[in-house]
Structures are given as C-alpha cells and as structure tokens.
Design a protein around this ligand. Structure first.
Ligand SMILES: *Cc1c(COP(=O)(O)O)cnc(C)c1O
Length: 410
C-alpha cells in the first residue's frame, strides 16, 4: 500500500495537464463529486447564456436567423458527434433523454416486423418507464422483456426488434462492451439503442466503430450544459430515411414555414426534431462542449480512471472497516467515471458529507455515489473527501436525526 498524504495528491494536481480547466468553472468552496449528476457551471457557459439573452432582448424574433438559432440543433449535434464516434449529420440536439429514447424506440419498432424489446432490470428508471409507456400504447405490437444484467445477452433472439441498454450503468458505473453487445444484437437481426447519459464527456464512445443503430444521452452530466439541458440523439446514416417519427412535430417537417396541413418528414437526422429548440439550453451546451473538446476525451478518460482508482484505494484504506462495500467494478477498464459504495447508513452518511460541503449523492436503497468529472476534478478532492468521510465515520457524526430525513431529490 502506497503511503498517501495530502502532499501526494497536491503533487498530482501540479503535474495534471488538465489542471488549468478547474479555474474556468464556478465551484465555490465545495468538494464536488456529483458532476455525473449535474455538471458544474463554466464561466464561458454563463457568458454564452448572457449573450443569448441579449440576442433575445435586442434582436427579438430576428435572432432566429441573425443569430442562427434555428440551426443550433444540427450545429451543436455536429459538434458533439466526435465525442461519441458519430459523423456529421448523425446527431441532433433535442428534447430530453426520456423523450428521445421513446421516439427512437417507437421508430425502431415501426421499421421492424418484430415486437420484442429487450432491456435490463435496474437500468435508469426513466428508460424502463418510457418503454413501458410505449408497450401500453401499442398493445401487442411491443412486448418488453426486462431481465437482469446477467440474462440480457441470452434474451436477445430472433424475435427481438430492439435492445435498449445504458452504456455506463448509473448506479454501479459498470460499462458494457459496446462492440460485442451490438454484434450480438445484430447477429439476431435486432437493432441496438445505447443510452450514453453516463458516458459522454467522460468515457470514449465509438458508435460507428461498433456499428450501433441508435443512441441517446443527456447533456447536463459530464457535458456541463446545465440543469435540464437539452439531450441528443443519434441515428446511423444508413437508417435515417427509414425513420417514421412517432412525434411528428413541425420542426421535423420538410418545410416548417410552409405551414402545410400535412406532415412530411425532413430528410436526414432533422426529422427527429419535434417542437421549437430550447435555444438557451442549446447555446449553453454549445459553449460547454468547447471545453470538453479542448480537454480531449482520451486525456479525460485517463484522468478519470486514475482519480477513481485512487479514491477506491484511499477510501478502503481509511474507512473500509466501517462497512463500505464497493459496488462498482474494481477493474478501471470496466468502470465509468463514478464510484459507488454500498453502506446500510449510506443516506445519513452522504447527508453528513454534504453538510461539510463534500457533495456526492445517494441512490436507493443503500448506494453512495461519488462522481469524478475529470475536466474540473482535483486530485486533492480525493484526499479531502475521504478525510471528511473518515472523520464522519470515526466520530459517528452521521448518526444524527437531522441527516436521516429523506429529501425529494437525492
Ligand atoms: C440521467 C439519465 C437520464 C435522464 O433523462 P432525462 O429525460 O434527461 O431526465 C436518462 N437515462 C439515463 C441512463 C440517465 O443516466
């Protein structure tokens, strides 16, 4: 076991090629380990939002053209594309992850003769809920098979229309091998839809390398686009003209400003749009992406693995005997950018940490999540958060009724 001290972590910060990014974010007086849930605010994002608000105030409706608001969904989609191994014209920014998942799952069912959708129990709830809604709506045309992770691959068969999985699991951070799972789906004639919410901006993704069909993901986690930031969707070029949009709104129309009574879908990825774009959110994402692209995903991944390895080592070293159990994979190659530990008093312990300005989060029933957003994380955050945790455990500071009342958002 390496002999750790704070100076060891401070030296890593001094040598960190990404250290300069920290100062570009607002992170006032906190040890923030929740960038996997809500990314931090970059100064450039704040400025860009102010600029859009100005364009609204002064340019009014003219800004749709003069400030090119109307093309943001496509332009920002093209900017995001290289982070997920997509080509220009394959990604568009729209709606929420929940809605995009629904739109693409419905479109996939429509283009198939089959009815079965395979998904994983314990996946992020909205993904399952949206598919359940689709199943209810379409009656017999959709049959959902929700199975534990260990059975997912065996459940994919020649009746399967679509497989829906989250690349990095929101609770455990376990990563699916995108290439081999996609290959298995295709070998059965099924399509593959990946949810990249916990991947994009922290873990390299190569959708086209894996021949993926569809993907969705969210922008307010590692991409730092702000609360409720607009989501994205990907459709491989080869499938785009086969999409019959289930939510056929005017922004996906071939000519929205013809105001025709009849829907005709636009060519390409644009047909997956529905209503007017959230311009402020898209501008925020546009500016936020610049930082992630400049940091470069390979460097972000390398740092993220190092941060989480060190966190696991230090926590187990200093607090292991207090009953924390690692629920994330120990192998860094199989783990996304957060680390989860189970503890029966996890909720109260996390509240006690937050009271000390060390911010992680909690996922029922007993999982404490610690996210490492490599673009602004410091190595000293590892030392400081584990030091706070050790103190909370050693003194039983968490064992206070004030820390045991559940809030609506955890
Ligand atoms: C965060 C997350 C979402 C979020 O969905 P919203 O529609 O933006 O609320 C969906 N799926 C997964 C896997 C997530 O991690």
């Amino acid at each position: 076991m390496h002999k750790f001290n704070r100076e060891f972590f401070a030296a890593l910060d001094r040598d960190d090629p990404l250290a300069g990014f920290r100062g570009m974010f607002d992170l006032p007086g906190v040890t923030y380990l929740d960038g996997n849930s809500l990314g931090a605010l970059a100064h450039s994002v704040r400025e860009r939002i102010e600029q859009v608000v100005e364009q609204w105030g002064k340019g009014l409706i003219r800004s749709w053209m003069e400030a090119d608001w109307i093309n943001l969904p496509q332009h920002v989609g093209d900017k995001l594309a290289p982070l997920i191994g997509a080509d220009p014209g394959e990604v568009v920014i729209a709606d929420s992850t929940s809605l995009n998942l629904y739109k693409l799952a419905a479109a996939a069912i429509k283009m198939s003769e089959r009815s079965k959708i395979v998904c994983e129990s314990g996946d992020f709830p909205t993904d399952l809920y949206m598919l359940q809604g689709l199943e209810r709506l379409l009656g017999g045309a959709v049959r959902l098979e929700t199975v534990p992770r260990s059975q997912v691959l065996d459940t994919i068969d020649s009746d399967t229309a679509l497989v829906v999985l989250t690349h990095v699991h929101y609770k455990t951070a376990e990563i699916y091998d995108m290439q081999s799972v996609t290959d298995i789906a295709h070998s059965q004639g099924a399509k593959m839809l990946w949810d990249l919410s916990h991947s994009t901006g922290a873990v390299p993704v190569d959708l086209n390398g894996a021949h993926a069909d569809f993907a969705v993901g969210c922008s307010y986690k590692y991409l730092n686009a702000g609360p409720g930031g607009p989501a994205y969707l990907f459709v491989a070029k080869r499938l785009q003209e086969r999409i019959v949009p289930p939510l056929s709104g005017w922004m996906g129309h071939r000519d929205p400003f013809a105001f025709s009574d009849h829907y005709e879908s636009a060519a390409g990825i644009i047909r997956n749009l529905c209503g007017s774009p959230n311009v402020i959110g898209m501008a925020a994402l546009d500016a936020a992406l610049d930082l992630i692209l400049e940091a470069r995903i390979e460097r972000l991944r390398e740092k993220s693995m190092r941060l989480s390895d060190l966190f696991i080592q230090l926590l187990e070293d200093r607090c292991g005997f207090h009953g924390f159990e690692l629920v994330s994979p120990r192998d860094r190659e199989c783990r996304g950018s957060h680390v989860s530990f189970a503890h029966p008093d996890g909720y109260a312990i996390m509240q006690a940490l937050i009271a000390r300005n060390v911010i992680g989060d909690f996922r029922a029933p007993d999982v404490m999540r610690f996210g490492f957003a490599p673009v602004y994380q410091r190595y000293t955050d590892i030392w400081d958060s584990v030091a706070a945790l050790a103190s909370i455990m050693d003194t039983r500071e968490w064992d206070d009724p004030a820390f045991k009342t559940k809030a609506a958002v955890t």
